[in-house]
Design a protein. Structure first.
Lengths: 161, 148
């Protein structure tokens, strides 16, 4: 009876919390002390009630949507597993591009169009031959053009009266 | 995620367009120097110092005295006609018809004479166009030069 205060803290111990010597000492004390046996029984009942209550609470929660969400994510990441063995960065880029085809096409279309336009304009601008081209339309007057290396000189004829 | 990506892609495309298409947009107008000059048969042979660059082009003509009457610089847009006033109230219409690289085609129109000249020159060349008939041994000319 005088050793009860020593064993009281050990009564509610979980399996594995006590050393073998502590367990043996506790069992020896419980065998001789009825008061501590009753206290240990009360603790066991309380502990069981709490555990059952927690389990019931957990069972009341519906985990189905959470499971569906996880499975959907796993399925979405699936194709990446079938990619050929390439560098991680390249594989990631390819997977990203595959997942954003429309966005990539939307971004690239105007850029390619602008590049094509610039190539066209530059090709047109690099046409060889700079010979001055002259087209003259004059009503009733004779117009004369002198070709010089600095450019054409257009001379008007005499006005007819 | 997707909306943010589209916004980024749009911004990237806009920047690329701005960088790539910038030179094309910038080349829509061509800076043009237009001068009205007067040639005279009489008087001492003299060329206005401001017309020194024209000496070689003007030398074959019978006019010996040249002076600058008016000078202006314009930014000619394709197909848009700019009118240059002449002494006496008349005017000359100058239109850029086409520009490909360093080659540009101008149209010079003289409404008073129903005359239109379409002339193609390259960078560094200039057009010298008589715009009034000779009177009293004098005549007016217009010179047009792209990228003066």
């Amino acid at each position: 009876m005088t050793s009860c205060p020593r064993f009281a803290p050990l009564l509610g111990a979980r399996p594995g919390e006590l050393s073998s010597s502590e367990m043996r000492a506790l069992e020896a004390h419980l065998a001789t002390c009825e008061r501590c046996r009753l206290a240990a029984a009360d603790l066991a009942v309380t502990d069981g009630l709490v555990r059952d209550g927690l389990i019931q609470k957990a069972n009341a929660r519906d985990f189905a949507p959470f499971v569906d969400e996880v499975m959907a994510r796993i399925a979405g990441a699936g194709p990446a597993r079938h990619l050929p063995a390439v560098a991680p960065a390249a594989r990631g880029l390819r997977a990203w591009l595959a997942g954003h085809r429309r966005a990539v096409a939307t971004a690239l279309a105007p850029v390619l169009a602008a590049a094509a336009l610039i190539v066209y304009v530059r090709q047109q601008g690099q046409r060889p031959g700079q010979v001055a081209m002259l087209e003259l339309a004059s009503e009733g007057d004779v117009t004369m053009v002198l070709q010089t290396s600095d450019g054409p000189v257009v001379l008007l004829g005499e006005e007819r009266t | 995620m997707s909306r943010r990506f589209l916004a980024r892609a749009g911004a990237a495309a806009f920047l690329a367009l701005a960088v790539l298409a910038g030179p094309v947009v910038a080349s829509a107008g061509v800076p043009v120097g237009i001068r009205v000059i007067k040639g005279s048969r009489q008087g001492p042979a003299e060329v206005d110092p401001r017309l020194d660059d024209l000496k070689r082009q003007l030398s074959p003509l019978a006019y010996v005295r040249w002076e600058l009457v008016r000078s202006e610089k314009l930014d000619l847009e394709r197909g848009k006609t700019e009118f240059v006033p002449l002494p006496g109230g008349d005017s000359v219409g100058v239109t850029m018809q086409e520009q490909r690289g360093d080659v540009v085609t101008f149209e010079v129109s003289l409404t008073s004479r129903n005359t239109e000249s379409r002339l193609t020159v390259e960078k560094g060349q200039r057009i010298v166009h008589q715009v009034t008939p000779e009177k009293g041994g004098e005549a007016l000319f217009v010179t047009v030069q792209a990228w003066p």
